[in-house]
Design a protein around this ligand. Structure first.
Ligand code: ZN
Length: 401
């Protein structure tokens, strides 16, 4: 038997009053997702909450069966691994967002995108300035995808336990914050101070370089957050006894795959945006199944459109996911292939944030029991045969004979 796992980032939503209490998923008329529900069983998975609403990194690790409360070291190293940074050389890794900030330090936009041409120029100028500025440490920035990048700091006496808070619209951003619960020994204090100095200077330098691209009273700055050292995850193939591969447009999912020993398959046209070629991803997954037992597809744009509050865009993107599932269903024998589909977390299009609500899961094919449900949605999954997943039980359930 072969297995497909589809993760549609932030596809689940909350009921929207102006739409008669329906969710975008319920409004999309996703026939192929309903077909999956009719052919299998549904349930609700609760994403892990590590001190607030669920983030994609933590939720995806949980889906893959890793315990984020024990194994997660930060967003930065996952993004860096996905961007092809040599993790074996060590160091601390920060995720970066390009932000637009007013003169008072309030974030106006935490997701500023620029053309790849400008990003290339900025990256070269910034890295040459960084290597002149820091002699004791290797400090460099790598643009990854859209408004995202990573900052790498290598050298002695630096700490991953300090960084700017994750940038959020309309929040003020002042100085790097230190993780709570740190011992106050002089050596720890010195590491934290040294790192905070580097992070502050990096932010200032990015602002100086972006000055020529900023307008009026607002400035552009790269804000580093989510710092950490490289985590050590158990190899996925050792954990489950199967070879797996992942297809994604965004570095985060690729990074998680690389660090878990899951092959990353690059598919042309997988952009991570609404224009991503979902059918090429499906095609890539089918080819991958010739050499791997499990192929995973990650779709990012459902989340990004939710953060923009773009309801119509989200519904269109769900239709694209539905068409991708239709493409797969037309080409696989459901008796020999088992498919699981779920969002990693709920992203509310009205609130533009992730919420802690559970997400609908469906597993179908390969003799998986059917529960009689005919629709795939947030409310329908409550009555599904899989009931509630309280822990990371998805992969063992998917692989169950
Ligand atoms: Zn999100």
């Amino acid at each position: 038997m072969r297995f497909l796992l589809i993760i549609a980032d932030g596809m689940a939503d909350l009921p929207i009053r102006k739409l008669g209490g329906k969710t975008p998923l319920e409004l999309a008329g996703a026939e192929n997702l309903d077909m999956l529900a009719s052919s299998g069983s549904s349930g609700l998975m609760h994403p892990p909450l590590l001190g607030g609403s669920p983030s994609s990194d933590v939720a995806i690790l949980n889906i893959l069966g890793y315990d984020p409360s024990k194994e997660y070291t930060g967003r930065g190293p996952l993004e860096a691994a996905g961007a092809g940074v040599d993790m074996a050389k060590g160091g601390i890794f920060f995720r970066c967002n390009l932000c637009e900030i007013d003169r008072e330090g309030t974030i106006i936009n935490e997701n500023v995108n620029l053309s790849p041409k400008i990003w290339t120029k900025v990256e070269v100028r910034l890295n040459s300035a960084l290597s002149e500025e820091f002699e004791e440490h290797e400090v460099f920035f790598k643009h990854t995808h859209s408004y995202r990048g990573v900052l790498v700091i290598r050298g002695n006496r630096v700490s991953p336990n300090v960084g700017f808070p994750q940038p959020r619209r309309f929040k003020r951003i002042a100085k790097p914050e230190v993780a709570t619960g740190l011992g106050g020994s002089p050596s720890v204090k010195a590491e934290v101070e040294k790192t905070a100095k580097i992070l502050n200077r990096f932010r200032e330098m990015s602002s100086e370089i972006f000055a020529s691209y900023s307008s009026g009273s607002r400035v552009l700055e790269i804000i580093p957050w989510g710092g950490g050292t490289c985590p050590r995850f158990m190899d996925f193939s050792k954990k489950y006894g199967i070879k797996a591969a992942g297809i994604a447009g965004v570095p985060l999912f690729k990074g998680i795959c690389r660090l878990c020993g899951i092959s990353v398959v690059e598919v042309p046209g997988a952009t991570g945006g609404p224009d991503t070629n979902t059918l090429a991803k499906a095609e890539g997954a089918l080819k991958t199944l010739q050499s791997h037992k499990l192929a995973m597809i990650h779709i990012e744009a459902t989340d990004e459109l939710s953060h923009k509050g773009d309801l119509e865009g989200k519904i269109e993107m769900i239709k694209k996911v539905d068409a991708m599932v239709g493409y797969l269903l037309d080409r696989v024998n459901l008796e020999e292939t088992r498919i699981a589909l779920l969002p990693d977390h709920v992203t509310s299009t009205e609130l533009r944030i992730h919420t802690e609500h559970p997400v609908p899961v469906v597993i179908a094919g390969g003799g998986f029991p059917t529960d009689g449900l005919k629709v795939y949605s947030e409310s329908s999954a409550r009555d599904g045969g899989l009931c509630h997943f309280l822990r990371a039980e998805l992969i063992p359930t998917l692989l169950r004979r």
